[in-house]
Design a protein around this ligand. Structure first.
Ligand code: NAD
Length: 483
């Protein structure tokens, strides 16, 4: 099977923070990958804009180094890197001052898509948005891309939305959540709404519960002091896990179009019930021979910030009433794994006798390490000796089902940047979605602060604190194992 690559319109993409970590690790290697795939028109250009005083030649050298550093060996070659780098320009700019803006205005062209990727601290969004307009660099057609964190509570998210709205229409604003760029996440929509098989069962009558797990093996490490002001709830749940929850729980949109999809996601967030303290477990990792404890990493011996959270969430609507969704995410856990498991109810009666039991099907949507889906089904154990049942996975790993070329899917960032150039906002969060997510999150965090809630300690390399196991156990359920 040969991948279909649909070229995009000619563009000027300006990356503010073009020398920063995110640009070097994700954005520029991703763009190189799209260039190699033939998706970048001959006249497309990328302009790095950052504080460092340097010329375009020095920037090109820096980008070539970043590609070599962050792309696996064998997935790049010096000749195509050099060709890609010819597309690059650079301007030294001061987001808060006047330096560089005239030069930038002289570089961007009329008649091509203009996109501005703000890979800088959110505190600079307002300054940049204002100057883009004041210097005539952006117009009513331009697009602006912003990164997480989009606020740290409802008030700050509103303020950021207002700052952007002062210069850009909502239809020009692309708030990135790279989880939405993952192939499997989009496949989730294809599976739900492109088949007749699943949707009739996709409700509280047939689904016992849903588990969403995003487990990481890394510690907060060098980001400790920053992370300590945020914690797993702000860093992961409010954005990534919430977005996954929306896609799994939303009603079918009338069309696969940006506002139709985002309207349905918003309804899910608005239907989330407040979560009582008894349905939440927060944790902090202990230290061991392989690394310091969370509090040491955070350089805060008194820290009450969570590096792990597990919670039971209820959606108060007709479809989901009575079906809980369990969310779990944390650092320094046993494995790096992200998955959504839809656990169906047991069949109502076993014709094979109670000894064989009744087993519900489980649909697992795996986001990492290897993206794919499998459905656990019950079959007869092969061979003579009567009717004994066993469970087997119906597997749909992309590599197996589609062949290695097709499974070499673009990274989430590449896909999302190309969507920006195409002007497709479907996989980007709308301002009201982000605000609704904070409106649900804020009272939970405020409750911890009022109660001076102290997270439970857990061992590094485990699947989290005991309390998280107990949370499920009390409901007569079990977490899927983190392997
Ligand atoms: P970084 O500190 O590595 O880079 C910051 C960039 O901004 C540099 O290029 C710097 O020159 C530029 N900059 C800073 N102040 C400036 C000013 N006054 N005028 C012009 N340019 C200025 O940061 P990063 O890790 O690349 O992160 C960028 C943004 O992306 C942040 O908001 C961060 O929260 C977010 N983000 C980063 C990651 C990641 O993996 N690094 C992941 C998700 C979100």
């Amino acid at each position: 099977m040969v991948s279909r690559v649909i070229p995009v319109d000619p563009f000027d993409l300006v990356i503010f923070g073009g020398t920063g970590d995110l640009a070097r690790r994700k954005i520029l290697p991703g763009l190189y990958h799209r260039f190699c795939a033939g998706q970048m028109p001959a006249t497309a250009r990328i302009i790095g804009a950052a504080r460092t005083e340097q010329d375009a030649a020095a920037y090109r050298g820096q980008v070539a180094e970043a590609i070599a550093e962050f792309l696996p060996e064998g997935s790049w070659d010096a000749e195509s890197v050099a060709q890609f780098c010819e597309r690059l320009d650079y301007v030294a700019i001061d987001a808060r001052g006047e330096g560089g803006w005239k030069e930038l205005a002289g570089l961007v062209r009329e008649g091509v898509v203009r996109a501005f990727y703000l890979s800088v601290a959110p505190s600079l969004f307002g300054d940049i948005a204002e100057r883009l307009h004041a210097h005539g660099v952006a117009d009513g057609e331009s697009r602006i891309v912003v990164e997480k964190p989009f606020g740290r509570d409802l008030a700050s998210a509103r303020a950021l939305n207002a700052v952007l709205a002062a210069h850009f229409d909502e239809s020009q604003i692309y708030r990135i959540d790279h989880y939405l760029g993952k192939e499997t996440v989009q496949n989730l929509m294809a599976v739900r709404f492109g088949n007749i098989l699943f949707e009739p069962l996709w409700n509280a009558q047939y689904i016992d519960h849903i588990q969403i797990t995003v487990s990481e093996t890394v510690a907060v490490g060098g980001r400790g002091a920053y992370y300590d002001k945020s914690g797993a709830m702000r860093d992961m749940v409010q954005n990534h896990l919430m977005q996954l929850l929306c896609l799994i729980a939303m009603e079918p949109p009338s069309k696969f179009e940006p506002d139709a999809v985002r309207d349905e996601k918003l309804k899910v967030i608005r239907a989330l019930e407040p979560v009582p303290p008894s349905a939440i477990v927060r944790g902090q990792y202990r230290g061991d021979a392989n690394g310091p404890s969370y509090r040491e990493d955070a350089e805060n011996p008194e820290s009450r910030t969570e590096s792990f959270i597990a919670m039971r969430v209820q959606i108060a609507n007709w479809r989901w009433s009575g079906t809980p969704i369990y969310l779990r995410t944390g650092k320094r856990l046993r494995a790096r794994e992200s998955e959504i498991a839809v656990v169906f109810k047991d069949p109502p009666h076993s014709i094979f006798g109670e000894q064989e039991g009744r087993r519900g099907n489980v649909l697992v949507i795996r986001l990492q390490p290897d993206e794919g889906m499998h459905l656990r089904v019950t079959i007869k154990e092969p061979g003579p000796g009567g009717m004994r049942l066993m469970e087997v996975p119906l597997d749909m790993s992309f590599a197996d089902a589609l062949g290695p070329d097709e499974a070499d899917v673009p990274d989430a960032y590449e896909r999302l940047i190309m969507d920006v150039i195409r002007g497709n906002q479907t996989l980007f969060m709308r301002g009201d979605e982000v605000e609704a997510a904070w409106a649900w999150t804020d009272p939970i965090i405020e409750g911890w602060e009022e109660r001076r809630d102290v997270p439970e300690l857990y061992d590094p390399g485990s699947s989290g604190p005991e309390g998280a196991l107990a949370l499920m156990h009390r409901d007569g359920r079990r977490w899927r194992e983190i392997k």
